[in-house]
Write a protein that binds this ligand. Structure first.
Ligand SMILES: Cc1ncc(COP(=O)(O)O)c(C=O)c1O
Length: 404
């Protein structure tokens, strides 16, 4: 609230929401965006070439249709499902371009809120990706969390996961991270995904896949889409998939994404698509064009697609290398505790497992910024800062232990 007092205002319900970002200083490991080996944003060669081709073809700036770029929508469905599954299930899938992954979740959430009475609860992992709460609340759905992470083993708490799946009311919505769980970096393995899917099918639970990291995680979209393809292809589950090209194409600010909805029939898919169109019209009228055109070329031009595959390997490979380097440096510094979890985790984030006291110390004394739950963006590490980060973590943990 401001210091001035107002006698009357229309905005009596307004309050000051704390900002959702850190201020960048020595090592900014808080921001969820890829950085190259020099700590700079990276324009993917596939994106650079796609932009050049678009420019050459003569970019026009007309509106897209409400559902978005038709070629892009189809290319997303083909890429996420894979050609084989697309050939059998493509006609049962509604597609709508969205404002990146966040917009896709909004669309999916609104669709679910409008098509179900009573409205189902949405089950979110704890620890959560912070924005899930806000989006789910904003679309008018209620949520509950379940314990996803076992701090003792630093891995997915499958016992708690099973228990949640077996006890939530039928018809509940489970918000799954298709791969690279944010913030923990811990995913179920393939057998665990099979088991999760089986229980969800038998208990009539609905999956929303937050698919913000397809391809970015392992370097292969096919590998990262395993859970999605298994649920749809093998189990024939209805599902929503929220796709983002923010990370995997580095198109963060262009807001390129799509929601896919796999429905039980072709007719239902068309119904859902018409509702998505109506929701989109009221929210943004029509989605932004430039990023969708850029991504469309990459997903459909053989040469560009091949380059994108290489770009995914470049990004995921550098992140894996930095995980290893941080792990090695922590060992060299003799940082107390075990750090294997850092190399076992996947995706852009490393969940360090530090106390809040150490996180504050790292911020205030060493100017190393990370999320309050000690989640770092591994992509923020490079050869110039990794030793400094490891030495600072080691010193802070030692200091904390000395105080005990
Ligand atoms: C788990 C998860 N979901 C969704 C998003 C949404 O990102 P965007 O809206 O930029 O695609 C992010 C981004 O950090 C994320 O980590």
């Amino acid at each position: 609230m401001g210091s001035e007092t107002h006698k009357s205002t229309f905005f009596t319900g307004a309050q000051r929401i704390p900002p959702d970002h850190d201020s960048p200083v020595k090592a900014n490991l808080g921001q969820g965006a890829y950085r190259d080996g020099d700590g700079n944003p990276w324009i993917l060669p596939s994106v650079r070439e796609s932009r050049r081709l678009l420019q050459e073809q003569g970019l026009i700036h007309e509106y897209l249709p409400i559902l978005g770029h038709a070629g892009f929508r189809e290319a997303v469905a083909r890429t996420v499902l894979g050609e084989e599954l697309f050939s059998t299930k493509g006609s049962h899938v509604a597609t709508c371009q969205s404002l990146s992954g966040t917009g896709a979740l909004h669309l999916a959430g609104k669709l679910i809120a409008r098509t179900n009475s009573p409205k189902p609860k949405v089950i979110i992992t704890d620890p959560p990706y912070g924005n899930h709460f806000q989006v789910i609340k904003d679309v008018g759905l209620e949520y509950e969390t379940f314990k996803y992470y076992d701090a003792a083993t630093k891995s997915v708490d499958m016992a708690s996961y099973r228990n949640m799946l077996q006890t939530v009311p039928p018809g509940s919505v489970i918000l799954l991270h298709a791969c690279a769980h944010n913030p923990t970096g811990c995913d179920p393995n393939k057998d665990e995904w099979r088991e999760i899917g089986q229980i969800m099918k038998s208990r009539n639970l609905f999956p929303i896949f937050d698919a913000a990291y397809l391809g970015f995680n392992s370097g292969s979209v096919d590998e990262d889409a395993f859970s999605i393809r298994h649920f749809i292809g093998e189990l024939n589950l209805e599902a929503a998939i929220c796709v983002s090209y923010a990370k995997s194409m580095g198109l963060y600010g262009e807001r390129v994404g799509a929601v896919l909805v796999h429905a039980a029939s072709k007719d239902l898919a068309l119904d859902c698509q018409s509702m998505l169109e109506q929701i989109q019209r009221s929210q943004v009228s029509n989605p932004p064009a430039f990023g969708a055109k850029t991504a469309h070329l990459i997903l459909t031009d053989e040469k560009l697609k091949k380059q994108w595959s290489e770009d995914l390997l470049t990004m995921s490979g550098r992140i894996r290398t930095m995980r290893q380097k941080l792990y090695d440096a922590l060992h060299e510094e003799g940082a107390p505790g075990t750090w294997e979890h850092l190399i076992n985790q996947t995706g852009m984030f490393g969940f360090l497992g530090l106390s809040s006291q150490v996180v504050v110390e790292l911020r205030e004394k060493y100017h190393i910024y990370m999320a309050d739950n000690s989640r770092i963006s591994v992509a923020g590490l490079n050869d110039s800062n990794v030793k400094y980060v490891a030495a600072s973590i080691a010193a802070s943990v030692r200091e904390e232990q000395g105080q005990k």
